[in-house]
Write a protein that binds this ligand. Structure first.
Ligand SMILES: O=C(CO)[C@H](O)[C@H](O)COP(=O)(O)O
Length: 229
């Protein structure tokens, strides 16, 4: 395993160590979240954790968690004790862009209910401003998607429909994703409000003010970052 992968695993294990018996846990999606699910699963199988229930943010994470025998429940209105997930960009205030893995809607639905959102990532995800490296994934309805994309362009957003092959990428919820290029200067909270008020937009990959801390894998070890007050 490459060094960075080892460190991602270590970051995920640091986050997984915050899970204790009886917790309801939001299980993220992606290559780093996978390590966290495996770490929780191993602790569960070893009898170190009991009464833990997971809420999975994607079909893939659901299958992985169940492979360890972890009980998985649907999301209901009860709060989650903790959610652990990866991110595509992390700014100095721990605002995030998520959704390059396509699970943004279920991730946001789940993580907004978590008392603590703990992010695990490698250091390439650290940015000084959101949109520096990654596009902003915007989940849009399939019906009328070309019209929705025109509305997004009218807001000044460049970008493209996510289409890895012959067909557009389909989320677990049966929607499409528009990967928007963010301008150099923008107000993330205002843009989030505008996007949420745009017909055809279902959710955005902005996760603002949600993360409590992040374990970030860097070549010199795992750094723990806490959201500034
Ligand atoms: O938001 C996500 C999925 O929708 C992932 O958490 C994000 O893409 C990071 O993935 P990885 O850990 O594989 O880099």
């Amino acid at each position: 395993m490459a060094d960075l992968e080892h460190l991602k695993k270590e970051a995920a294990e640091r986050a997984a160590a915050l899970v204790t018996s009886g917790m309801r846990v939001g299980l993220g999606t992606g290559s780093t979240a996978k390590y966290a699910i495996e770490a929780i699963g191993r602790r569960f199988q070893a009898g170190e954790l009991s009464g833990v229930v997971g809420v999975a943010t994607s079909e893939a994470s659901d299958v992985l968690a169940r492979s360890f025998g972890l009980p998985i429940e649907a999301l209901d209105p009860r709060p989650l004790d903790i959610a652990i997930d990866g991110a595509d960009e992390i700014d100095p205030q721990l605002n995030l862009i998520k959704g390059l893995g396509g699970a943004l809607l279920r991730e946001k639905l789940t993580e907004v209910q978590a008392r603590r959102l703990v992010i695990i990532a490698d250091h390439t995800k650290l940015v000084t401003r959101l949109g520096e490296k990654a596009p902003l994934p915007v989940e849009i309805a399939r019906f009328g998607f070309l019209s929705t994309i025109e509305r997004l362009r009218a807001l000044g957003l460049g970008g493209r429909l996510r289409q890895p092959g012959a067909q557009p990428y389909l989320t677990d919820n049966g929607n499409y994703i528009f990967d928007a290029q963010l301008p150099e200067q923008f107000d993330a909270a205002a843009l989030e409000r505008t996007l949420k008020g745009t017909l055809g937009v279902i959710e955005t990959g902005f996760f603002l003010g949600m993360a409590e801390r992040a374990f970030v894998a860097a070549p010199d070890g795992v750094q723990e970052l806490v959201r500034p007050d």
